[in-house]
Design a protein around this ligand. Structure first.
Ligand SMILES: Nc1nc2c(ncn2[C@@H]2O[C@H](COP(=O)(O)OP(=O)(O)O)[C@@H](O)[C@H]2O)c(=O)[nH]1
Ligand SMILES: [Mg+2]
Length: 337
């Protein structure tokens, strides 16, 4: 299946139709959301999944060579050595016990193990957490520069607003004037209030004001943007700690969630970033952005398996609507089918 435009959903019906016909694995026509997810993951599907399938297709039986080659393909897809090893330990012992008849059975097993690895057990969904808390529910968004924090905040705000929630966003990335402008512009487009101070001002003061405004204006959700300068790692982490402390003074449960944004196109770098942020602050959930821009969607499995933190959302484009709640089942199906 070849789609020329990853971002645009405006392809005419003809093109959609032929794309679907061309994809022999599509058994039923996907609904709009499913189709958009499939399109968002197209690079990975035609990248690492296609590579896996080309290894499986011409084999009659599962031999050690096949397993080795598949293993290599998964490492190449940024799944991470440790994660891949875990997966293949399980697969090899299944093969040893003669549980897998042929390469297609192996494919099914990989699919099902990937779903396991993308699922963090005993976690409550973000939606349930929001529902259970007394408002405002405060979300602190962290991550290094350029991963898509501000865009993701706009997308989340849009999504929550669609669900009928009152949302306020705060520009605690005070490092650059442009960052404040960017959030203000999103606020205008989304028609939601933005709390901001002068460039260069104290980010924790912005966060404090945001919670105050969230309470007095009876907001359901307050989302706080932060700066992400990597070259001042230590300062950045100290700044985040201070923001959290100051938030907690205003509202003891705040922040209810600390969401780490990771850019899927940075591969294993995203995993190292996750480690750094987890050491410095209490990350509760992940948003994996730019999945539309990488053929190595295996990074999702590495992040969840290694961090044991759930992915709440994935970004599959630059538009306001290009954010999806993450569901392991849907995600793996969209990749594999
Ligand atoms: N293709 C694609 N681009 C994205 C996605 N999320 C963010 N971006 C782009 O990444 C760039 C950096 O985003 P920004 O929100 O400013 O990052 P920040 O520095 O972390 O706040 C912008 O050009 C965004 O449009 C995504 O899911 N897919
Ligand atoms: Mg930003």
């Amino acid at each position: 299946m070849k789609l020329t435009n990853w971002f645009g959903k405006k392809k005419d019906r003809e093109e959609n139709k032929s794309a679907e016909i061309a994809d022999s694995r599509t058994e039923q026509p996907a609904d709009g959301e499913e189709k958009e997810l499939r399109e968002g993951l197209e690079k990975s599907r035609s990248g690492f999944i296609a590579r896996m399938d080309s290894l499986l297709t011409f084999r009659k039986e599962i031999d050690p060579d096949l397993l080795d080659e598949l293993e290599e393909a998964m490492v190449m897809a940024d799944m991470g050595v440790g994660t891949v090893q875990h997966l293949f330990d399980r697969l090899r012992s299944d093969v040893k016990r003669n549980e897998l008849k042929d390469p297609q059975a192996l494919r099914q097993r990989i699919k099902s193990y990937l779903k396991d690895m993308l699922t963090v057990t005993d976690t409550v969904s973000l939606e349930e957490k929001i529902g259970a808390a007394s408002p405002p529910f405060v979300i602190l968004v962290v991550g290094v520069n350029g991963v898509g924090k501000t865009t993701t905040i706009a997308k989340m705000a849009h999504l929550f607003k669609e669900q009928g929630k009152k949302v306020l966003i705060a520009a605690a990335d005070t490092f650059r004037a442009a960052a404040i402008d960017q959030l203000q512009q999103w606020g205008k487009r989304l028609d939601i209030p933005v709390i901001s101070h002068q460039p260069g001002s104290d980010p924790s003061a912005v966060a404090f004001d945001a919670i105050e405004a969230g309470r007095s204006r009876k907001m359901d959700i307050v989302i706080v943007d932060t700066a992400g300068r990597l070259h001042t790692q230590k300062n950045l982490m100290e700044e985040l700690k201070k923001i959290r402390r100051v938030m907690g003074r205003k509202l003891s449960e705040a922040p209810h969630e600390t969401i780490l944004v990771l850019d899927a196109t940075t591969g294993q770098n995203a995993v190292s970033q996750a480690r750094l942020f987890m050491e410095a602050t209490d990350v509760t959930g992940i948003v994996l952005t730019k999945l539309d821009g990488t053929a190595k969607g295996g990074i999702a499995a590495a992040v969840v398996h290694e961090m044991k933190i759930p992915i709440y959302f994935i970004g599959i484009g630059e538009k306001m609507t290009d954010l999806r709640s993450f569901n392991a089942e849907e995600f793996v199906n969209a990749l594999f089918e």
